[in-house]
Write a protein of this length. Sequence first.
Length: 307
Amino acid sequence: MIYSGRSEPLITPVIEAFKAKYPNVEVVLKAGSNGALANALIEEKANPQADVFVTTEVFTVKALNAEGVFANYISPEAANVPKNYKDPNGGWTGVTLRARVIMVNTDLISAADAPKSILDLADPKWAGQVAAANSANGSLQAQVAVMQELLGDEQTEAWLTGLLDNDTTFLGGHTDVRKAVGAGEFKLGLVNHYYYYLQKAEGSPVDVLFPDQGEGQMGLIVNASAVGVVKGGQNPEAAERFVDFLLSPDGQELFASLNFEYPIIPGVPLHPDVAPLDGYRIADVNLADDSIDLNTTLDLLEKVGIP
C-alpha cells in the first residue's frame, strides 16, 4: 500500500512503470493530503496499513521520522542524492525537486509586467488577481516554513495577512490554480514550477516567472518531494524496491519527462522545455536541518486564517 500526498495523476505513471518492472507486486494507492495521511500514519503506528509514504515536501516526512514512523532504509540509488535532501540514517529521502514560481496568463498580463518576488503578491496592485493553493497544501506549507526561516515569523505573517487583505483566492490544489490561470480567471498563480509546464502543454496562454532573483531578495524557494518506508509495514521488501525505483535513472527520467519535474539525482536529463535550476539563485536553506518546525508553520497559517 502506497500512501501519497502527491496528486494521483502525477504519481500514477510512475507506479504503472514500477508494476511493469515488478509484475508480481500488487500495488494499491491511497492518495490524499500530506496532513491527513501523516495523521493516519501516526494513528496506525501499532498496526501499519501503509508500506510507503510519498510526500510533496520534506518537512512532513522529517516530522514523521522523528515520531518513529519510518524504518531506516538507505537505497543503493540514494548515494547521489544531495545530503541536504535526505536523512543520513535512511529515514527518508528526497525524490524530485520543485521550485516555487509565479504563473502568468499572458492574455491578461506580460511576464515582464508581473511581480518579480513572491512577496509582491501581497501588493494591493494585484488585489483579486492572484490564485494559490489552500493551507492544507503541503507545498504551500513548505514554502511558508522556508520563508519563516529566511525572513522571520513577523515578516512572513505580514505577507500572509497581505494575501488575505488582497482577496487572494485559495483553491483546493495546484491543479485548480493552474487551470484557473490558464482559463484567464486570474492573472497570476503561485505554483510549483511543473504546473506551469503542464498547463502550457495544454495550449494555454501562460508564461512563468522564477522569482526573487534580484539583489537582496531571498532567492528561488526549492523544495523536494520525498519518500519513506513505513516501519512495520506488511511488505518491506516491495517497499524498498519501490524506493529504489523512484531513485533509479528510469524512475527519475519518468518524473522529468512526464511531469516536468527536476530529478534529484544529478545527470538525469531534464525535459527539454524546463529551465535548469543552476541558472537561478536558490534560497539558502538546508531542508534536512532540524531548525525548521512545520508545526510552527501550521500554527501561523491557522493564526492568520489562511483558508
